[in-house]
Design a protein around this ligand. Sequence first.
Ligand code: G3P
Length: 226
Amino acid sequence: MEFMLDTANLDEIRKYRTIIPLAGVTSNPSILKREGAVDFYAHMRAIRAIIGSEASLHVQVVAADFEGIVADARAILANIGEDVYVKVPVSEQGLKAMKVLKADGVNLTATAIYTKFQAYLAIAAGADYIAPYFNRMENQNIDPRAAITEMAREIARVGSGTKILAASFKNVGQVNAALECGAQAATMGVDILDAALSMSVIGAAVADFTADWEAVHGAGVTVSDL
Ligand code: G3P
């Protein structure tokens, strides 16, 4: 199971790389917009410096036409690193670009996936990751659970090495569902992690344990003080 952060905020990445087993960082132009008019390549290199070479970095193209997507992908690789996973939307032009890029051995994350058919095409195109948009699918009255289940079945059927990197989450239940339906990876905003880990019952349990320990050993004494 790979947990990734869907953010381009350096502080959020710095914080959560020390907390979760961070497998990678993803972003798109809308996520980047939140950071303001940053120097794109310098910012992406800064993310790479924070997460190290073991975690995967997924960077999205901006152009929507075949030539532009291929040019964007080559620029991303040249300016950020050859090991970047280039995010390409599964559109007609995006699929056309994926064929060329995959033939050159580029790491590909097929994104903007709302349907099983898009996923099947991206799997056949040799995408390393496919990113179904969980919450956005629900908004379109498309069942993401059923779709991700079938994507996982297709990967198993054809013996593909493609991994499902589920994305677009609004709550932790959606993340759980995506993983339970067969997604090998999930990328999420820190709001999901904050909500999941700040449940009052977790804090209350820890406070109770501390109080019970201190009732015996004294206030402020912990195991390491013995
Ligand atoms: O990684 C794709 C994701 O960022 C889309 O999420 O929240 O815009 O639906 P959202």
